[in-house]
Ligand binder design. Sequence first.
Ligand code: AMP
Length: 411
Amino acid sequence: MNFNPPKGTDDIFPPASRAWRRALSIWERLAERYGYDLVIGPIFESTEVFARGVGESTEVVQKQMYTFEDKGGRSLTLRPEGTASVVRAYLGSGSQGVAKLAYAGPMFRYERPQAGRRRQFFQTGVEYVATASPDADAEVVELGYRFLEELGLDQVTVALNSIGDSVCRPAYLEVLRAYLDGQRDVLCDESLRNLETNPLRVLDCKVCAPILSDAPNAVDFLCDDCTAHFDSVRARLDSVGIPYRLEPRLVRGLDYYTRTAFEYIATGFDAAQNAVGGGGRYDGLAEALGGPAVPGVGLAMGIDRILLAAGDDGTDVVPLDLFIIVAAPERREVAARFLSELRLAGVRADMAPEQRSVKAQFRAADRRQAAGVAIVGVEWEDDRVVVRNLSKSTQDVIKREEVAAWAKGNR
Ligand code: AMP
C-alpha cells in the first residue's frame, strides 16, 4: 500500500505540527480571555443541518459535502463548517439567552485541492449567540484580528461590509436581479443558474465579478436599523483600534448571513488563498434550522491557511528545554527520578529510552533539538550536574535544584 494521506488531506507532522500546537494554544488562551466557553460537537451531522443551515443554493451544499448513508439508513455529512452545528447544539441544549461558544476542529469540503485549499482543513471559531448587539459583531472581529496579531501575521486587512437583513435585502435583491438580468450575455453558466436561486453569489464568482463593477451594492440599500447597526460596529472597531477597509463587494457564500460580513485578508501573502478567516452575523440561521429566532454572530479562522501565509513551518520552535544525559548505567534510576521532577516543575524534558554512550546521547539531544542538556554523572554525589546550552555551547556545573530554572531560562 502507499503511505500517502488521501488526496487533498495532509499529515501534519513535526516540525510543521509544532507551529500548529503553538497556534492552537494561542487560540485557546485568547478565546478563553474573551469569555468563550468550549463546545465540542460531532464531526458529522444529519445532512439536513447543513442543507438548511448553510443553504441548498450554496456551493458548499451543492458540490462540496461529504455525504454518506450510515448502516441505519441515515443521511449524514462530514461537517463542512462549524456555525450550523454549533447553533444546532445551542438549540438542542435547551439553553436560553446569551451563549459565547468557541470550537476548533477539522472541516471537510470536496474541493479541487491546491495550497491553502484542502479537502480536510482545520478551523477555529467562535459563535456569540442570542444577541443582536453590534458590540458582539465588533468583539468577534477584534478577536480574530488579535489572533492573527499574536501569531505574528502582520499585513492583515479586515474587509468589512453589511449585506442588510430581511427588511432591506429583498428590495436590494430585486434591483440586483434586474441588473444581472441585463448582463445575461456576459455571465458564466454557473452565475446564470445562481441568478435564479442566490443572486448574491454571482458577486462572489471569480469569473463574473470583475466584469460587474457597476453592479448595485447591498450597503447602499440598507434600512435605518441596518445602517445604525453598521455605524455602531464601525465606531466600536475604531475605538479599540482595529483597522478595516470597507469592502462593498464582500458577500458571503452562505445563505444565513445578515448585516455584518467580514474577512481577514493576508495582504503580504501573494496567493489566491489569502483569505485566512472570516465571519459575520447570521440572524436567520436558528429559524432556518427550524428553531426560534435567535440572532448570532461568529467567525472561523483557517489554521492551514494562516500558517501558510505566515510562512510558519514550525522549524523555529525548539521542542525540548532539556535532554538528560546519563553518564553511567548505575545512575539511570536517579536520572529517571530527576526527569520526573523536572517535568513536574514544568520543564519540557526527556532522556533516551535506552542506555547508550554519552556521545550517542549527545547526538540524540541534537536530533531532538533540545535547547540544553544536563549530565547526570559523578557530580550527582554533590547534588550537582553539568549543564550545557547547545546553541551557545556554554557549559556550567550547577546545583540540581537550579536546573529547572536554568532550563526554562534557555527558552
Ligand atoms: P468559510 O467557512 O468558507 O467562511 O471559511 C473560513 C476560513 O476557513 C477561510 O478564510 C479559510 O481560511 C478557511 N478555509 C475554508 N475552506 C478551506 C479549504 N478548503 N482549505 C483550507 N482552508 C479553508
